[in-house]
Design a protein. Structure first.
Lengths: 335, 526
């Protein structure tokens, strides 16, 4: 009798402690966010802002590190995915990463991640100021005359900026010599230094250089024009090339992700902190000052967005002849 | 007038910062933390700045900048401690310091070396600060001269020069070691087309060989084996001598210190590369311009001064493109960029309009950080030398443990240990065979830069090497590289002697000839 009592007591105690641990199980230690693009780029800044707010609600630090390289950021993504799926390793990523699979750098579909979308900034095409191209028309006509001669920079092959460039080529009939860089910041640096003539990055990443006269804006790669303080209105490239509407816009979805098979609790805690962080003035003001449009999508909503992006990106790349693995091989449906 | 106004507001800011005790406490605390980070193998100033970036988010921008710049300055300086005292560089930036610093420590002059490097590092930081305030726009335009070809040549030069400088007998051994490092850097997915190279199907190798475990393995493990095997003391503890300013020695070396600082600022301002190359190039320049190059590597104070001044001057250099163009000049500066973005300061050409005093504030913080570093360093120097009194049988296992922790702490990845140990053992045998190790590590650090930029440059030029000869900076780098290689061969000496003889003879003949004509002239007038 005594024995049974002792055993029940011990079991009860064990259950209670286990229950206790379970109740406050996430997060117990600091979280690492692995950003797959370079420091100072759009994805990096966005992650640093949101995680700095989120850590206030999570009660632990979120350390942001950068792990760049590969096609469509697959080095960092593979690294983050190889860590335990416990919610303590996040992957700071953007829409550009959905092409890693069809480019041969990633063997999964993108829905192995549960995504959190902060937002994005529209893409813009610019040139080195001392080039003769004053308008988009000048540039496109010159590129048509000498195909493959004018150099154009964008971050890694298969990135959104590369896709925007490809779509621009497809829609306008121009042909550039594409040069990949490790991120938006180095590609803009190359355009400033005159190593390349053309650069495609987002407005948020470029606005300082545009306003400082280090680069010249030719056109927004969205259907609408955009007003930039101190620069005036940047026209939409659709005005001169209406055919672009067939291929553009391809919009950014910057945020972070956690493996979809991470414990439910961890994902729920992250979602709650993410929602609170998105509502803070700090994030809102930052978005406005930096030419970002906020999204805040999580769970099923962001999954749908990313699924659409994935099939769109993958099949566009395949149609453009820039993919190495057929999307259907990975089970990605046509858009 | 404008300059005086600028100087006035600069000192206004300096005193404004120094007047607040909280600022001072943060300043000294961060410098000390930086020195600890720098001195521990495996913890680098990049990591220090990265870890503090998140912590400083709650502070206001000025205080955060004090914290981050101070840890950056302290971390760059702290690497010299372990280089000099135990021959294991705390950071890659201090690898060149070990060449002469450790022999000095073996002679019992470790304390003296640390005292002098402290002063030199502080002077280096202050000189670089002057550049930040005065002519940073000009230097930024210099930074824009660097395109892919230049980056490739610079990386190649860094590897070659460290190979040239460190070889105990044959220079070719240094180059072989450097190219082994380059080969290691090729492991992993390539950076442009994502093709797996030498990964043999291992997931862990996909993202390439990490630098920190290689650094720790290559420098730490051979040293531990060596000391324990020979049952020697690590170094002479300390002869009785003062550490506090040998003002005479510093003043005598002022030209060398200024030259090293200029090299540091120049290299720091080139985007993406930083303290490690600066140390080597400066050390190489010091050795090549010295009247007694044979004393280098055997405990030459000038060698220690050269590399330590340059790597600290790099800090200010790296800030120049960061502040003026938004391009980080070194890996820790890249972390700083992130921190600035967090505080809603976007560095770039517009920064002087949006935050008019920001550049001056950064310069003021650099000045204060170098003062704090000097004071802390002077107080620490005498104490840290005492670690050498610990018996090697006790001390070396502790260092071994630190090596393991340092490798593992990077991303908490156990694979790093599997990498560190074999690298260390291979390096031990390489050292036994007379191969220097530093070029191997530099090869691993600069390899990705060389590889990626060469191939990108060829993509831009569509397969042509011609731009090397058309771009001024590239051409200069190319000539320096060719000269570095050729000057090591015997035939170069022979040709040089012949050319010198030829010129001398010609001159003799012409002077003799002119003398004769003069004579004959005189005769005719006679």
């Amino acid at each position: 009798m005594k024995k049974i009592l002792v055993i029940t007591l011990v079991l009860l105690l064990a259950a209670m402690t286990a229950g206790n641990v379970f109740a406050q199980s996430f997060p117990k230690r600091n979280i690492t966010a692995v950003v797959v693009w370079g420091a100072g780029g759009g994805t990096d800044t966005c992650n640093r802002i949101i995680h700095a707010e989120m850590q206030k609600f999570l009660g632990v630090n979120v350390n942001v590190i950068n792990k760049t390289g590969g096609v469509a950021g697959s080095v960092g993504m593979s690294y983050a995915f190889s860590r335990p799926h416990d919610g303590y390793t996040l992957c700071g990523l953007s829409e550009s990463n959905v092409t890693a699979g069809v480019q041969g750098g990633w063997n999964n579909r993108f829905d192995v991640w549960e995504t959190f979308i902060v937002g994005g900034s529209p893409d813009i095409i610019s040139v080195t100021p001392n080039t003769p191209y004053k308008t988009l028309k000048d540039l496109i006509e010159a590129a048509k005359k000498s195909p493959g001669k004018i150099t154009a920079a964008a971050s890694g092959a298969g990135s959104i900026h590369h896709l925007n460039l490809l779509a621009l080529e497809k829609g306008s009939g121009a042909d550039f010599n594409f040069i990949p860089y490790k991120g938006s910041a180095p590609s803009q640096n190359a355009a400033m230094a005159g190593e390349v003539s053309v650069v495609v990055t987002s407005l948020a990443e470029q606005q300082q250089l545009l306003r400082g006269g280090k680069l010249r804006a030719l056109g927004m790669l969205i259907p609408d024009s955009f007003d930039v303080e101190g620069l005036g209105t940047i026209p939409s490239s659709f005005d001169s090339y209406p055919g672009l509407s067939k291929y553009l816009p391809i919009s950014q979805a910057i945020g972070f992700a956690v493996p979809a098979d991470a414990p439910l609790e961890a994902r729920a805690a992250l979602q709650a902190a993410f929602r609170k962080a998105m509502a803070t003035d700090k994030v809102k003001n930052w978005a406005e000052e930096n030419y970002y449009l906020l999204s805040g999508a999580t769970g099923a909503e962001s999954k749908a967005i990313f699924n659409a992006l994935e099939s769109n990106f993958a099949w566009t790349l395949w149609d453009l002849g820039a993919a190495t693995v057929k999307p259907s091989k990975l089970g990605i449906p046509k858009p | 007038m404008l300059i005086f106004e600028r100087i006035g507001s600069f000192f206004g800011i300096v005193f404004g910062i120094a007047a607040d005790p909280v600022n001072l406490a943060v300043l000294f605390g961060s410098v000390l933390l930086g020195i600890l980070f720098g001195a521990m193998p495996g913890l680098t100033s990049t990591l220090g700045v990265a870890l503090l970036t998140a912590l400083t988010f709650g502070m206001d921008t000025a205080l955060a900048m004090i914290c981050l710049l101070a840890i950056y300055v302290g971390g760059t300086y702290g690497g010299s401690y372990s280089s000099i005292l135990i021959n294991i560089p705390g950071t890659a930036a201090a690898a060149a310091t070990a060449l002469d610093g450790y022999p000095l420590a073996c002679k019992g002059e470790g304390g003296r070396a640390i005292g002098l490097t402290t002063t030199a590092s502080a002077i280096g930081t202050v000189i670089s600060m002057l550049f930040v305030v005065s002519i940073s726009p000009i230097i930024s335009s210099f930074a824009l001269q660097f395109t892919s070809f230049e980056f490739f040549l610079l990386a190649l030069f860094g590897i070659l020069i460290s190979g040239t400088l460190t070889s105990p007998d044959l220079v070719i051994k240094g180059w072989i070691s450097g190219f082994l490092g380059l080969f290691l850097a090729c492991v992993g997915r390539d950076l442009l087309q994502f093709y797996p190279r030498f990964t043999f199907g291992f997931m862990e190798l996909e993202s390439g060989i990490e630098v920190v475990p290689v650094l720790i393995g290559a420098f730490g493990i051979p040293q531990i084996i060596q000391v324990l095997k020979d049952r020697t003391k690590i170094a002479e503890a300390q002869k009785l001598q003062r550490i506090i300013p040998e003002i005479g020695t510093v003043i005598r070396n002022i030209p060398a210190i200024i030259r090293s600082a200029l090299i540091g600022v120049g290299i720091g301002s080139v985007p993406g590369i930083g303290e490690d190359i600066a140390g080597w190039v400066s050390y190489g320049t010091a050795k090549n311009t010295s009247k007694h190059p044979e004393t280098f590597g055997k405990g030459e104070l000038k060698g220690v001064l050269a590399s330590e001044t340059a790597n600290n001057a790099c800090v200010g250099g790296a800030m120049i493109p960061l502040l003026n163009l938004g391009i980080p000049g070194s890996p820790p500066a890249a972390m700083l960029l992130g921190a600035l973005m967090l505080h809603n300061v976007t560095p770039g050409p517009m920064i002087t309009f949006e935050h008019p005093t920001f550049i001056l504030e950064v310069a003021a913080i650099l000045l204060l950080a170098s003062c704090a570093m000097w004071i802390t360093g002077m107080l620490l120097a005498k104490q840290v030398v005492k670690v050498l009194r610990i018996p090697a049988q006790l001390f070396m296992p502790i260092i071994g443990l630190l090596c393991i922790i340092g490798s593992y702490s990077l991303g908490l990845n156990i694979f790093n240990l599997y990498l560190m140990l074999p690298v260390g053992i291979i390096c031990y045998f390489l050292i036994e065979m007379g191969y220097p190790i530093a070029p191997l590590v530099i090869g691993v650090i600069l390899g990705p830069m060389a590889d990626e930029n060469l191939r990108r440059a060829l993509m831009v030029s569509q397969g042509s090497f011609l731009p090397i000869f058309q771009r001024p900076v590239a051409l200069i780098l190319f000539i320096i590289i060719v000269w570095t290689v050729i000057s090591q061969f015997e035939f170069y000496d022979r040709i040089k002697k012949k050319v010198v003889l030829f010129i001398l003879r010609k001159r003799e003949r012409s002077t003799a000839g002119s003398a004769e004509t003069n004579n004959s002239g005189e005769k005719t007038t006679d």
